[in-house]
Design a protein around this ligand. Structure first.
Ligand SMILES: [Zn+2]
Length: 295
């Protein structure tokens, strides 16, 4: 990860696809974390797309990673839409995830978010989370800048060991008093009352970004700086449709960065990235790490 940018040799592997032969192996890996020593099957991690991705990482001096709901889904975290089931099926997001909804019925809104906390508390970081934490450690040890930007609010990246995570949409675990503004992480589930109360008596709300609210300015600035500064941008588990995700990838591309997409389905940016890897990040990222070992 110390080679100059001019040595980007493998970046032309546009639209590389994981071969059919490795799919059974990938599906097995997707079940959970396997140690890298298990990945001795060269047929598996010698796949051209995996090799290309490893080559891009090996040559990068500044890496920015953007993760989206797909990475959380691999841990069993329900997407926002999927969470609107059962007793909540009769609600739409604007009734639960807006400042107006909280003002109208803080007990209802915080109960829904508490159920999401309970669901998240049952989930664990997956192999993709762990691989990104490992990639951060390796990158920094090699003198390569590494920034992780996420649209996810579950904090599984931090649980996996990632540091300095930029949370574009806030966190489900941080709760803020709407009277005195005190914010703190609340890990114990469930709450005893709705809405949960601050020591000052004020109702507390989740530290997530609601519809109609601006994204945290510090997070936006950090994400923008990472995109402008990087020479490799990895877009993982995100459709690329939600802003500022689409803009971040575009900014990175405009400054000359290579773009890699890791996602099971095609996205709006699939046609413009340098390398596409189709599959779950929990299967592909460990393979990339294994391939990096051979670089
Ligand atoms: Zn308070």
């Amino acid at each position: 990860m110390v080679a100059p940018r001019s040595t980007h040799a493998t970046a032309n592997a546009r639209s590389g696809q994981i071969g059919v032969a490795v799919w059974s192996r990938l599906e097995a890996l997707a079940e959970g974390w396997r140690s890298l020593s298990d990945l001795t099957d060269r047929e598996t991690w010698n796949d051209p797309a995996v090799q290309s991705c490893a080559g891009l990482i090996d040559n990068a001096q500044s890496i920015a990673v953007l993760t989206g709901a797909g990475v959380s889904a691999e841990s069993g975290i329900p997407t926002f839409r999927d969470a609107l089931t059962g007793l909540w099926a009769r609600f739409d997001p604007t009734q639960l995830a807006t400042p107006e909804a909280f003002a109208a019925d803080p007990a209802l809104v915080t109960r829904w978010y508490d159920e999401r906390r309970v669901a998240c508390a049952r989930c664990r970081a997956n192999a993709g989370h762990l691989a990104l934490a490992e990639l951060e450690r390796r990158s920094k040890a090699a003198g390569c800048r590494f920034r992780l930007i996420t649209q996810n609010v579950d904090r599984l990246h931090q649980l996996a060991g990632s540091s300095d995570v930029v949370e574009l949409h806030g966190s489900l675990w941080d709760w803020r008093c709407t009277h005195c503004g005190e914010q703190r992480e609340e890990r114990a589930v469930p709450f005893a009352e709705y809405p949960p109360r601050c020591h000052c008596g004020g109702p507390r709300r989740p530290g997530v970004v609601w519809f109609g609210e601006p994204l945290p300015s510090e997070a936006i600035a950090a994400a923008w700086a990472a995109a402008e500064d990087c020479d490799l941008f990895l877009s993982i588990g995100t459709s690329g449709q939600v802003e500022p995700a689409a803009s971040l990838a575009r900014v990175a591309a405009q400054t000359g960065a290579r773009l890699v997409e890791i996602n099971p389905q095609p996205t709006t940016q699939s046609d413009v990235v340098d390398l596409v890897m189709r599959g779950p990040s929990g299967a592909l990222l460990p393979l990339v790490l294994a391939a990096l070992d051979a670089c």
